[in-house]
Design a protein around this ligand. Structure first.
Ligand SMILES: [Zn+2]
Length: 368
């Protein structure tokens, strides 16, 4: 039995994550499907230690954290509207009751997982309720109120000098990249859609970081309709280059499932198979690794994907039939863990993808 995998599951975190726009009940579906496939017996389950104020301000500004604290008990969300807008609280990040408690638990989930790795209690840690990569130092953004990833990386760096961050979400991992864009100790690599008007409209290939961190930000900009085959080829090519120049001591992977076909926000043709190729490659490096969730707005596809990825981490095969469990009926009409390939028009032509790899190779050669 592989006992080196830790899994964060905590009812309070799962419940409070339903406040995030468009992911209602997602945590419950994920945990119950992982459980129904019998994967819990191959992992050690950890409850969440909520993040302290000091943990939150290890990345976020004092004033942003103070505002979340003040708003925690509000039931009338029309007060201090100008401040709310200044902190990005509105539109896709509306305030809700217990917002500070939420921030503390969301950050705490990934922080607890990072602590497990720092303490050497597991080689792999999973927090599917984490991965909120758009949150900025003093601003909520894109469904992300607190950047649990940056806070977790800070914790990892207490023991691991160099951390490699890989972002598979359909959207650019802007919050994490911005946090470390001046640092040569944290390399960020983001694979994402970079089409005109696609949120957050950043992550071009020439965005490479600044100062001592120049060339330690790597961006892989893609167009609509990328396929499993192309994505797997790109991931392998780019990460082989990254690993030759950056000797990581620990790894964080954001597995945002809005890159899958059928996502209401994403635009790719991917199935969990290509994310599985990515996860297998990361696991083959045998380094302390934190796997996080992120986007994923087709709730059942996201639960299928993260359950499949969990099975790879514990070295188990899944039967294609969804097992009977409390959310079984949500997986109709086929009740199958597989997701059919997408048929969206593919605007990624092979020569462009080759150019992306060549350009990244040139950029990374600057830090050899
Ligand atoms: Zn996303």
């Amino acid at each position: 039995m592989l006992s080196h995998v830790a899994y964060i599951e905590d009812d309070s975190l799962t419940a409070i994550c339903s406040n995030i726009p468009n992911v209602k009940d997602r945590g419950k579906l994920v945990h119950r499907l992982v459980e129904a496939y019998g994967l819990f017996k191959f992992m050690k389950i950890f409850p969440v230690i909520p993040a302290s104020r000091d943990d939150l301000v290890s990345f976020h500004s004092q004033s942003y954290v103070d505002f979340l604290f003040e708003a925690n008990e509000w039931s009338d969300f029309e007060q201090r509207e100008d401040d709310q807008l200044e902190y990005g609280l509105g539109y896709d990040c509306p305030l809700f009751k217990n917002i500070y408690e939420f921030a503390s638990l969301v950050a705490g989930g990934s922080l607890t997982a990072a602590k497990v790795l720092v303490d050497g209690d597991a080689q792999v840690a999973i927090n599917w309720c984490g991965g909120w990569h758009h949150a900025q130092r003093d601003e909520a953004k894109g469904f992300c109120y607190v950047n649990d990833i940056v806070i977790a990386i800070h914790k990892l760096r207490e023991r691991f000098d160099r951390v490699l961050y890989i972002d598979l979400d359909a959207h650019h991992g802007d919050g994490v990249e911005n946090a470390f864009s001046f640092s040569p100790k944290v390399m960020t690599v983001s694979f994402h859609n970079y089409d005109l008007g696609f949120f957050p409209c950043s992550g071009a290939i020439n965005e490479v970081g600044f100062g001592a961190g120049k060339y330690y930000s790597v961006n892989v900009p893609l167009k609509d309709g990328v396929t499993d085959e192309q994505y797997s080829w790109l991931f392998t090519g780019v990460m082989d280059l990254v690993k030759t120049v950056f000797r990581s001591d620990a790894i964080v992977v954001q597995c945002g499932a809005d890159c899958l076909t059928g996502d209401p926000v994403g635009t790719f043709n991917l199935t969990p198979h290509s994310l599985g190729v990515c996860v297998q490659k990361v696991l083959s490096w045998q380094q302390p690794t934190l796997f996080l969730g992120g986007g994923g707005y087709n709730i059942t596809n996201t639960a299928k994907c993260w359950t499949f990825l969990t099975s790879l981490m514990v070295g188990q095969n899944l039967s294609s039939d969804i097992p009977d469990h409390p959310y079984f009926l949500r997986y109709g009409p086929d009740f199958d863990i597989e997701i059919s390939v997408g048929l969206r028009k593919n605007n990624n032509i092979p020569s462009d993808l080759k150019k992306i790899v060549d350009m990244i190779s040139t950029n990374l050669s600057q830090i050899l």
